[in-house]
Design a protein around this ligand. Structure first.
Ligand code: ADP
Ligand code: MG
Length: 666
């Protein structure tokens, strides 16, 4: 129900109210806690000659000659050459036909956008015409609600005491040197300068991290006994022998550790880390098999539908022959199919259920869930995890991650988890050959790829997530798609996938690629994690410098799945920091390097989750902050002062209000 004061705010008709509500904003409080996803620095006009590719910049320019417009594969491409007193720059707009007229009529025009190196020239990629100057907050756009109106509403909210009420005891604020909340909120929405904004953001991350830590510590305390699974060493043997390959030493060791946990009454909480391709699935399936032969159910949750379906398909191959009845539940299912799934889960007909977080929706009841596995764990939040946990009496929890999180950080983030590492790859893997490719070699690379495609291979093209705006990400993928279609590669069948497409559209493109009907998949990084296409042997990463090393390493793990030679091409202009990738395939070493260079945050990728009350921060960004807050949270959980209790109750409220807490999306 919309808050009455908010509903009657100036400028809000029924349509806009609806749009806001759909975006989860139904009160001034919610509004003020919808933080910008990022900020644009439009405080100064940049000289064209000073701007380096990769930067975002505000320019004040004139149009040189006439702009041009063309249609390529149904998309309008507008181009112009712009200049200021220091030099020239190209600009290109995708799917914005109106820009042609704007440019043709403009005298001096202010544009803000990202500068890229294209065909050897500095190029503004789909810049926007801007009027406002300063440090500009950028919010997740809400269809039908003008930014100006949001801003006015934000101002009103800032003036309301109930919106800026303190959320931490004042003694704690001053002891930790935190900016008071009203000031912080005002800086976040209307920043005066960078330094103040940083302090404001720090205060907010401190607060959320504290709530999170306190909640996590308290969740752990309510631990009870779990199910003791009864299986024999022979069962483990049967499973291992059913696989078409011998487990590696590391897989064996970890599976034994898990078996030990499952046989004990203390519920397992184990994180299995292992480089991409090390074979975590075979280990997880082993655990699932043990749960099934002990007469219980197991669930395995994956972050995407594709990945969930792939697990399900593998399970049908690997587990069903052993007599384990498997099923799939995803959000995209039709009503009838879903009804059947719900039934099979509650009756225990399915012993192993694979799915997305549909597995933890409220209407899903398990017959006797004893094991919950989550794959690519860093994509899941605490609450999702506990919710899956709550489905059983107290299930054993196994989380699988390819992101090497240092043990200390894992302990801080997940509490008292046991960590197992699979530090060995199956034999016979050919390491992916990785090369840094400058733009001028693109043509030669395309020829090489084309040759591979003609021999029945497939290729991925990945664009970076530019920012927290799916439409901008979609644009960058579309523009790449457009340029591939203009190149000799258009001989192949090319599909495009990005976050703005409808799920069916995405599924269609992905499955065409998975089935080999399409040879090139162009995508943003949103969807790719974990898909397994053995004949894909080439991975091209555009603007590779925008990725973290660890993330690039994970990406290239998508190729080299078969026995063929495979390649990863990092498109970038003279970035030496990526060299380490051409020299080693050791994911842990790479993660270490990544940390040395960029700090923890980027281990998870630069895309910030915004999931913490819409705040654009990454919980893992600052390990110092995590350590400080962890110590404080422990003290608070053990303490009994009024302030301690106040923070505990605030944390409970905070956790209750969250749909979920996601550490970092990547
Ligand atoms: P990840 O750890 O990245 O999830 P997967 O579980 O998807 O890796 O395994 C990658 C590939 O390696 C799969 O095709 C799997 O069948 C294969 N595989 C796993 N373990 C072994 C092994 N011990 N020997 C040979 N191949 C294996
Ligand atoms: Mg996997």
């Amino acid at each position: 129900m919309m808050d009455t004061a908010f509903a009657s705010a100036k400028g809000l008709g029924p349509k806009r109210r609806q749009a806001l509500e759909a975006a989860g904003i139904d009160s001034f409080q919610k509004l003020i806690n919808s933080f910008p996803v990022r900020y644009e620095d439009r405080s100064r006009v940049r000289a064209i000659e000073d701007i380096a590719p990769g930067e975002e910049a505000l320019v004040e320019v004139r149009v040189s000659g006439k702009p041009s417009q063309a249609r390529v594969h149904g998309k309008t491409i507008t181009r112009a050459v712009l200049y200021d007193s220091t030099g020239k720059i190209s600009a290109v707009w995708f799917s914005q036909p109106w820009m042609f007229k704007t440019l043709a009529q403009a005298d001096v025009i202010s544009l803000y956008g990202r500068v890229e190196q294209k065909n050897g020239r500095k190029t503004l990629n789909t810049p926007r015409v801007v009027t406002e100057r300063g440090l500009i907050p950028v919010y997740k756009p809400i269809d039908g609600v003008p930014a100006k109106l949001l801003k006015d509403l934000m101002k009103t909210a800032l003036g309301m005491p109930e919106c800026t009420a303190p959320t931490l005891p004042q003694s704690l604020e001053s002891a930790c040197g935190l900016m008071p909340r009203p000031e912080a909120l005002s800086q976040i929405h209307f920043p005066s300068d960078r330094a103040a904004l940083e302090r404001a953001l720090y205060r907010m991350s401190f607060e959320e991290t504290l709530y999170f830590m306190v909640s996590a510590l308290r969740l752990k305390r309510t631990e009870e006994k779990g199910e003791v699974l009864r299986f024999t060493a022979r069962d483990l043997d049967v499973y291992e022998r059913s696989l078409g390959f011998p487990l590696t030493g590391a897989q064996k060791r970890v599976l034994r550790q898990i078996a030990g946990d499952l046989a004990s009454e203390k519920p397992m909480a184990r994180l299995v880390q292992g480089d991409v391709g090390c074979g975590k699935t075979a280990v997880a399936f082993g655990a699932i098999y043990l749960a099934a032969v002990s007469g219980y159910q197991a669930a395995m949750m994956a972050p995407t539908e594709i990945l969930a379906s792939q697990h399900y398909e593998s399970a049908r191959r690997m587990l069903e022959p052993l007599g384990v009845r498997c099923g799939l539940l995803t959000g995209g299912m039709g009503a009838r199919e879903r009804r059947r799934a719900v039934e099979c889960i509650s009756s225990g007909e399915w012993q192993a259920v694979f799915g997305t977080h549909a597995l933890i929706s409220p209407d899903i009841r398990y017959r006797h869930l004893a094991l919950a596995v989550t794959d690519e764990q860093h994509r899941f939040g605490v609450k999702q995890r506990t919710r899956l946990g709550k489905k059983g009496f107290n299930p054993h929890v196994l989380v699988m991650s390819a992101t090497p999180i240092p043990r200390t950080l894992a302990l801080i983030l997940y509490g008292d988890l046991d960590v197992s590492v699979i530090d060995e790859l199956p034999p016979g893997r050919k390491p992916v050959k990785t090369r840094i490719v400058p733009e001028e070699k693109r043509g030669a690379m395309y020829d090489f790829i084309l040759e591979n495609i003609r021999r029945g291979r497939q290729a991925y093209f990945v664009c970076p997530l530019v920012e927290d705006s799916e439409s901008v990400d979609a644009e960058s993928a579309e523009s790449l798609y457009g340029s591939i279609m203009e190149s000799p590669l258009s001989e192949a069948s090319v599909v495009l996938v990005h976050g703005q497409q409808k799920p069916e559209e995405k599924e269609k493109a992905l499955s065409a690629f998975a089935r080999g009907e399409a040879q090139i998949l162009v995508s943003t990084t949103v969807i790719e994690v974990g898909i397994n296409v053995p004949s894909a042997t080439v991975m091209v990463v555009e603007n590779a410098e925008r990725f973290g090393l660890a993330q690039l390493h994970q990406l290239r793990g998508r190729v080299g799945r078969g026995s063929d030679e495979s390649w990863c091409f990092l498109m970038t202009e003279g970035s030496s920091k990526l060299k380490v990738l051409t020299q080693t395939n050791d994911g842990f070493f790479i993660a270490q390097k990544d940390m040395e260079m960029r700090g923890f945050g980027d281990i998870f990728g630069t895309r910030q989750s915004g999931a913490l009350s819409g705040l654009s921060l990454n919980i893992a960004r600052d390990v110092k902050l995590l350590e400080t807050v962890h110590a404080l949270a422990k003290q608070i959980c053990e303490g009994h002062t009024e302030d301690d209790l106040a923070v505990i109750s605030l944390s409970e409220k905070w956790l209750g209000a969250k749909n979920d807490i996601v550490f970092a999306a990547n």
